[in-house]
Design a protein around this ligand. Structure first.
Ligand code: ATP
Ligand code: MG
Length: 266
């Protein structure tokens, strides 16, 4: 993929309705990894927790505009986006105000399409738009899934992982059928992986046998540098580029680019 200004961005949700599985860490570090690979990236923080915003070095309490204003039509993405100097990508930031959108959107026409419509005007500014989803299957997440071409699911190789996954895969199918025929599962990313734990090896092997090449080759290890980085307002990929976690996310960026190219030429 080149920086062709007429091409429109690939839009991917980073989603898993389970909490604390590494969605935001993946969203931030994939954004920074892709930026290092010379891709133009917008990271949309679709979570009122604002973790992707803070982890990109942007103060969520001092925003002129945030995603809430965009969803209710009071600001454009051009007005609300902020550049993450630390990460090398743009951020459409969020804070607690965004939780109000759940209620305000209910009364609107095409309430699940507000994010999709907002993205249209800036889609040619980027190669990738990544959406960090909250740990729910809410109206906010539905806006993310309606706006995306695909979903990247980060997951830990734990006992109940496969069960939770089938709920999410069914949701993706339902959104595909009813709202967004472009939506597909891009792939499953194994994160916080510890190869010394036998159960993790077993679940990882199960994932490969169930989902085949939908499982990304890159595996992100459990790595404390990735967990430390947000408190410095930096992606791990920038905070300690030589750490094993950072290296994994850069490799993941390259794998995502390769997968997009393979799909486009298929
Ligand atoms: P939520 O559902 O609350 O939005 P999340 O799915 O976005 O959570 P993260 O916030 O990315 O999950 O990660 C949860 C915790 O695990 C954080 O403290 C994060 O720093 C840590 N973490 C994520 N990935 C790794 C990793 N590969 N190695 C070590 N720690 C990690
Ligand atoms: Mg998160």
């Amino acid at each position: 993929m080149t920086n062709n200004t007429s091409a429109t961005a690939r839009v991917f949700c980073i989603a898993n309705q389970k909490g604390g599985v590494g969605k935001t860490t993946t969203a931030i570090n994939l954004s920074a990894g892709l930026a290092k690979l010379k891709q133009r990236v917008l990271l949309i923080d679709l979570d009122p927790q604002g973790n992707a915003t803070m982890g990109s070095g942007i103060d969520k309490s001092a925003l002129a505009h945030n995603l809430y204003d965009v969803l209710i039509g009071e600001a454009t993405i051009t007005q609300a986006r902020v550049h993450s100097t630390n990460g090398g990508y743009d951020v459409l930031p969020a804070n607690r105000e965004l939780s109000g959108a759940e209620i305000d959107l209910v009364g609107m026409d095409e309430r699940e399409l507000q994010l999709k419509q907002a993205i249209t005007s800036i889609a040619t500014d980027y190669d990738f738009i990544l959406i960090d989803c909250p740990p729910t299957l809410s109206l906010l997440t539905l806006n993310g899934l309606a706006a995306a071409h695909g979903v990247i699911i980060p997951m830990q190789c734990e006992y109940f992982a496969l069960e939770g996954l089938s709920d999410l895969v069914n949701t993706i199918k339902r959104v595909h059928r009813n709202i967004n025929p472009e939506l597909s599962l891009i792939g499953l990313l194994r994160v916080m992986y510890d190869p010394r734990v036998t159960l993790q090896q077993q679940v990882s092997a199960q994932l490969e046998s169930h989902f085949g090449d939908k499982v990304f080759k890159t595996v992100v290890p459990r790595n404390v540098r990735l967990a430390e980085a947000p408190s410095h307002g930096m992606p791990g990929v920038v905070y300690d580029p030589s750490s094993r976690g950072a290296q994994a996310y850069i490799a993941f960026g390259a794998e995502v680019i390769e997968r997009v190219r393979a799909n486009q030429s298929a």
